[in-house]
Design a protein around this ligand. Structure first.
Ligand code: FAD
Length: 504
């Protein structure tokens, strides 16, 4: 039987998740559905989430967003990767840079040749073969030059830092121009259908003034509260704090100081870590920590003692529980954003998970039939996406050799998910990295963290030795030289912004 299409899509919440969803659906649905966003200025948004990964470019392109305009509007800067300080041992420093490392040299991956040469003392550090890392270190940036063939300059991969509240405001303006209706008010009740084949589905939300907003499909973007997915439907939450023990963050903006770095910095402290996100007008900072291992006062003091410039506000505390909702899609409610769960902000993946959930929603967009097969597949994919990011984030905590605190010792000795343990074993034997089912982070991402946090394979791929060591060394050296030359012609990051997208 043919089920009829939906009419009303109601988005509950107007944070980054709510407005990204509204803007994307309004673009795709071309005015044929009624889309509403209900949000409450009084409640506000979580107010953090300023670093991204390169896939966000694709999202903005699909929405027809001009990059320079977007960066001007959001006070944004460019991001070539994340620098990790003190994560392996105190004093260690490495970068997880975007894009590729080295150049392919058949029959095995570049890293395999590098592993052997490093063991022989005949290779430069891994960063020397990555344009993102070398450009980041030199505070240089430019977008890729696709007109230059076969050059690292054509392969520059980047993301953004931006002011999340300005991004939401920008997307709101675009969404409203496409016909999305914004409703201001505090939701105090949810009405469930009492009977019929869709008994138990959400029928409407009710605002504090009594106004009722109906919907056929509800997108829960209400943040940690999970107003519909949890408070109304009691879907349940899978708690991952035994793997990701940080549960609080203090956040504070400060004045910019020093050069505008084209990368995020993550500095590990005694019971967590601190982010530093450089925007055009200020720097965003936050200290993510485990409240079981550090008091709130001490965590705030650590943050305030480690700012580049004067604080621009009082620090603000955010509490969270790492984990995921048992189902992201339950009945006629799809949870997107913090309502669907939260991992660490360590690899800046939350906004990306919003983006991939929106894409999945488009892939499995329902009609009034709400087919269980579609919903199950959506939930399977959502789980896979989150679990693969979870493993990558846990890797950073687990692979530490710090002995200076109980927190780090606990992380080093904890049991990790079997999928992660398998990845570590593979790397330890022959430096092999397998990307499971097109998971988000590529082999190069895993390599940089494993190597940067001192995981050393016992051997390398045997086929590396089919080529003479002299030839391999000459090859590595030529790659290193090309990258150094490319970085030398790249403009300074701040100068590039001044020329293309400086905000007023
Ligand atoms: P929120 O911003 O909380 O929005 C919820 C919305 O629901 C608001 O509009 C609110 O008014 C509305 N609402 C709630 N209850 C009601 C009600 N009763 N009635 C009406 N409206 C209601 N992500 C990244 O990608 N990169 C990062 O660097 C990053 N850093 C982070 C650091 C921290 C410490 C945390 C906690 C998160 C970080 N994130 C990061 C995640 C990122 O902040 C979120 O994924 C993103 O902001 C989306 O939030 P949201 O829209 O789901 O929720």
């Amino acid at each position: 039987m043919h089920a009829s299409p939906l009419n009303n899509v109601t988005i509950v919440g107007g944070g980054t998740a709510g407005w990204m969803t509204a803007a994307a659906l309004a673009t795709v649905l071309k005015g044929r559905y009624r889309i509403s966003v209900v949000e409450s200025d009084e409640i506000g948004t979580v107010g953090v989430g300023e670093a991204t990964i390169p896939m966000i470019q694709r999202f903005n392109q699909l929405l027809g967003i001009d990059e320079d305009e977007f960066l001007r509007e959001t006070h944004g800067s460019f991001k070539l990767g994340i620098e990790f300080v003190n994560w392996g041992r105190l004093g260690d420093r490495y970068m997880h840079g975007f894009g590729r490392i080295g150049r392919e040299l058949w029959p095995v991956g570049f890293e395999q040749y590098w592993l052997r040469m490093r063991a022989l003392g005949r290779a430069a550090p891994l960063e020397a073969y990555s344009i993102a890392r070398m450009a980041g270190k030199a505070n240089r940036f430019m977008p890729p030059r696709h007109d230059i063939e076969d050059s690292p300059l054509g392969e520059i991969t980047y993301a953004y830092h931006f002011d999340a509240s300005l991004y939401a405001r920008y997307l709101r303006r675009r969404s409203e121009a496409l016909g999305v209706v914004r409703v201001e008010g505090r939701i105090i009740d949810t009405v469930l259908r009492a009977e019929g084949p869709q008994a138990g589905h959400v029928e409407a939300v009710v605002l504090d003034g009594g106004q009722r907003i109906d919907g056929d499909l509800f997108i829960d973007c209400s943040g940690f509260r999970g107003l519909l997915i949890e408070q109304a439907l009691q879907t349940g939450y899978e708690d991952w704090t035994h793997w990701l023990p940080c549960d609080r963050a203090w956040a504070v903006p400060c004045e910019s100081a020093g050069p505008l770095t084209p990368y995020t910095r993550s500095t590990a402290h005694r019971a967590g870590w601190q982010w530093r996100i450089p925007l055009q007008h200020r720097t965003g900072n936050g200290h993510v920590y485990s409240s079981a291992h550090m008091s709130d006062d001490e965590a705030a003091a650590v943050l305030m003692a480690n700012l580049d410039g004067a604080a621009l506000a009082e620090p603000r505390m955010i509490r969270f529980k790492t984990g995921m909702r048992r189902l992201a899609w339950n009945r006629n409610v799809v949870a997107i954003g913090l309502s669907s769960g939260f991992l660490e902000p360590l690899e800046s993946t939350s906004i990306h998970l919003i983006q991939s959930a929106i894409q999945q929603l488009i892939d499995f967009f329902p009609d009034r039939g709400f087919e269980p097969a579609d919903i199950d597949e959506f939930n399977r994919q959502a789980r896979f996406n989150v679990e693969s990011v979870r493993d990558f984030v846990i890797l950073h905590y687990h692979l530490n050799q710090r002995e200076d605190s109980e927190f780090w010792r606990q992380c080093a000795h904890m049991d990790v998910p079997a999928t992660l343990a398998e990845k570590i074993r593979l790397f330890q034997s022959h430096g092999r990295i397998v990307r499971f089912n097109n998971e988000l982070f590529s082999e190069v991402g895993w390599l940089q963290v494993m190597e940067g946090q001192n995981l050393r394979p016992r051997r390398w791929h045997p086929m590396v030795e089919l080529q003479s060591d002299d030839a391999t060394q000459a090859y590595l050296e030529s790659v290193r030289e090309v990258i150094a030359k490319c970085v030398a012609v790249m403009p300074d990051h701040a100068a590039y912004i001044a020329q293309h997208c400086r905000s007023t």
